[in-house]
Write a protein that binds this ligand. Structure first.
Ligand SMILES: Nc1ncnc2c1ncn2[C@@H]1O[C@H](COP(=O)(O)OP(=O)(O)OP(=O)(O)O)[C@@H](O)[C@H]1O
Ligand SMILES: [Mg+2]
Length: 134
């Protein structure tokens, strides 16, 4: 697997969430994603960026363009050093929220991605990696 491009963005304000959306869209376009696939990836990224900001107290995202020799993907790794998630299975269920949201973000991001990996340690933070292949 080859990493063609890497960039890192902070997620500390709602303007940063907008910038993450724009950067993800640009990389999806560069990778030749259809408009529908661009929108799926941008929507997933937006939910995870908002979670890092609202539940994680801010964090960052690493954007990578990767190639497995046949196909390209955009891979995104969101990281925060917030309170973490005690029960990941519960957090992934539609409708579960500890805030005022709808509780659809995390499960939605998983459904919109081809790969989804989450790890979280209570008191230490949360890391979510998604990838969408072209
Ligand atoms: N980065 C994070 N740090 C800590 N807790 C998180 C994080 N991301 C998600 N969670 C927990 O998982 C729950 C579910 O997340 P999810 O995104 O599905 O819903 P939500 O953010 O509450 O509402 P919305 O539908 O607006 O996204 C959150 O309410 C929160 O308790
Ligand atoms: Mg959310």
């Amino acid at each position: 697997m080859t990493i063609l491009h890497v960039e890192e963005q902070a997620i500390l304000t709602s303007e940063d969430v907008v910038r993450v959306r724009q950067a993800v869209r640009a990389r999806a376009v560069q990778s030749g994603f259809s408009l529908v696939d661009q929108t799926k990836l941008v929507t997933a990224a937006s939910e995870l960026a908002r979670n890092a900001l609202e539940h994680g107290g801010g964090g960052s995202v690493r954007l990578e363009l990767i190639n497995d020799g046949v196909r390209r993907a955009v891979r995104l790794t969101f990281h925060d050093t917030g309170p973490g998630i005690a029960d990941i299975q519960q957090a992934l269920k539609d409708g579960f929220t500890t805030g005022g949201g709808l509780g659809l973000g995390l499960g939605g991001a998983k459904r919109l991605s081809n790969e989804f990996d989450i790890s979280s340690t209570p008191g230490q933070g949360t890391r979510v990696t998604i990838a969408r292949w072209r």
